[in-house]
Design a binder for this molecule. Structure first.
Ligand code: SF4
Ligand code: SF4
Length: 384
């Protein structure tokens, strides 16, 4: 039976452990050979200040390196992967804020995904995650039977609202279609087919591949020259994750905000309304557009008030990854924490992700998607 600290001796070696400061050696990269999970487990939580789960939940267990330590102990057989442990390793927004501050560019979400996969196989994943995965497996949609199964007919421009929009925010989809019309695009919606991102973040790789193949096939038969999506997670999946699976994707996949930013000029009327903004994590970190939303609002003639945390130091809305399925209360607490900060800047918040809009609206926020704001400023009737 190994002793309590034998894993540390095994990884670092007794001499090193005794003769030089651990953190120094860690930073100088002398722990070569140790797996990424072990390196993260040994870290003094250097990204903790930026992790929304850690800040709001406050438990050591759900801090970034706390989760990595738990993961490492499970991997090495010192701790069983039971429901309590699974609950902790799912306490993550897949927001990637940790990567922003990590010396090694680690994402704790990425490091723990294989263990989440194992917890699914062993029937230990949180019940909300199991329900999500069974809906995705049976209906190809996170919430059961899809409300709409709109399919575009060949060619042209496809609008992909994403499941959160279709299920919870149909008015956002209407605004996005109206905006596309105002910009001169005759777009047709593709609804009721999940991009697979929730399965990916849950750690069910096989299901993600199945869902991705299904959407890629639906898009292939529509042959669009352009796909426009409201959800940055869907854009990330289509643009960055699908090619790594060898799937063919349409030549151009853009988020609504990216398409708006491509316009030379806006015939809009501007607004004197004081507005703040929430940068969605996937737009900032996964799509690499930390300043896009702010720049767009300025170009649209909005009187912008900057929130405290923004751009590449943004703070997740609470509904990232699978957290609203596994830890609904914590997800709402994080949403309220962020909303409080945004309200210090202005009462009206603009964002560019349906999950963020849903999180804030459910928790008392006055929130517009960038498409809704743009429609009202460019002369359409929706929004505001
Ligand atoms: S992700 Fe990086 S900074 Fe954060 S705890 Fe792990 S090793 Fe440390
Ligand atoms: S991905 Fe986000 S929630 Fe998860 S550990 Fe990193 S910072 Fe925390």
């Amino acid at each position: 039976m190994p002793g309590r600290w034998s894993w540390l001796l095994e990884e670092v070696g007794l001499r090193k452990l005794i003769f030089s400061p651990l953190v120094y050696r860690y930073i100088m990269g002398e722990l070569r050979g140790a797996s990424d999970l072990v390196k993260c487990a040994l870290c003094p939580n250097m990204c903790r200040h930026a992790c929304p789960v850690s800040i709001v939940d406050g438990r050591e267990t759900t801090s970034p390196s706390g989760k990595a330590r738990l993961g490492m102990l499970v991997e090495r057989g010192y701790v069983d992967l039971d429901r309590d442990v699974a609950e902790a390793i799912y306490a993550c927004l897949s927001c990637e804020a940790c990567r922003r501050w990590c010396y090694f560019s680690f994402s704790v979400d990425e490091l723990l995904r294989p263990l989440r996969g194992r917890s699914i196989e062993e029937g230990k994943a949180p019940r909300g995650v199991q329900a999500l995965l069974s809906n995705l497996s049976e209906h190809g949609y996170p919430y059961g039977e899809p409300r709409s199964q709109a399919r575009p007919s060949g060619g042209g421009v496809v609008y992909f609202p994403g499941c959160v929009t279709t299920e919870h925010l149909p008015e956002l989809a209407e605004s996005a279609l109206r905006l596309l019309e105002l910009l001169g695009f005759n777009a047709q919606p593709l609804e009721g087919v999940c991009c697979g991102a929730p399965a990916y973040y849950a750690g069910d790789e096989r299901l993600f591949k199945r869902l991705a193949a299904r959407l890629a096939e639906a898009l292939e038969s529509a042959e669009p020259r352009l796909v426009v999506a409201s959800c940055p997670s869907c854009v990330h999946a289509l643009r960055n994750l699908y090619p790594s699976l060898g799937l063919r994707v349409p030549p151009r996949v853009l988020h609504v905000a990216e398409l708006l930013a491509e316009q030379q000029q806006f015939p809009g009327k501007g607004t004197s309304l004081r507005i703040t903004y929430h940068d969605p994590c996937k737009l900032v970190y996964a799509l690499g557009k930390p300043n896009l939303l702010r720049e767009l609002l300025v170009r649209l003639g909005v009187s912008v008030v900057d929130p405290r945390r923004r751009g590449d130091e943004t703070f997740c809305c609470g509904y990232g990854g699978t957290l609203p399925f596994s830890h609904r209360e914590l997800a709402d607490s994080i949403a309220r924490e962020r909303l409080g900060e945004l309200k210090e800047a202005a009462e009206t918040v603009v964002t560019a992700c349906p999950a963020c809009k849903l999180a804030f609206t459910r928790n008392g926020g006055r929130v517009l998607d960038v498409a809704e704001l743009a429609v009202s400023l460019l002369g359409g009737e929706r929004g505001g």
